[in-house]
Design a protein around this ligand. Sequence first.
Ligand code: C5P
Length: 220
Amino acid sequence: MCYNMPDMKRMMIVTAGPTREHLDPVRFLSNPSTGKMGFALAAAGAAAGFDVRLVAGPVALATPKGVKRTDIVSAREMLVAVRALLREATDGLKPVFIATAAVADWRPARIAAHKLKKAEMSGTLHLVRNPDILKSVHGAVKVGFAAETDRVLAEAARKCREKKLAFIVANDITKPGTGFGTETNRVTLVFPDGRTVAWPLMTKRRVATRIVRTIADLEM
Ligand code: C5P
């Protein structure tokens, strides 16, 4: 007998990697995110039996087994992809949304269709704010990440409240072995009631497994 009922799995949407905000076809604003933490979470979610949908910015990583992936470039494309996936979620099973992506906060006000000539560039770039994807989506159990350089827990707690999260995963990216591109991470979970749980330095794979276990233990 087969007990595998894929359409009854709870959806887990994971955003990962950087976004790129183009000013012309060959120039963009971005950041050094490699997507490792998000891909590790997608793998851990699939292994735990979630229907994992990975929304990835430009990264050089293979799609984990059992994960459905959508590739995007900009923050606005990431938001459109996440919203479309939320609409697909199975009725009655609230989806989980884990935002690990390092979304660019600003984008150029204009995107030129052709490569800008030096003479066309004034030395001033006019920027506009990108949407906050994690804050703006509703109807999911939301988990965020907060990479901070100072006032780490206070900033994480503020973001957890502002974005109405189940919890936020905070890390101090100035400490060795944490942050962009590393294989390891040292994180503290911050809950809306102010409770904090600090984990020791671990591989991102191990952090991911423990985050997925924490999510599975939440009342949803
Ligand atoms: O406010 P801050 O950017 O530090 O928040 C970090 C959290 O919010 C991360 O989980 C990140 O993926 C998410 N985020 C987002 N859309 C943005 C900015 C951040 O989903 N535009």
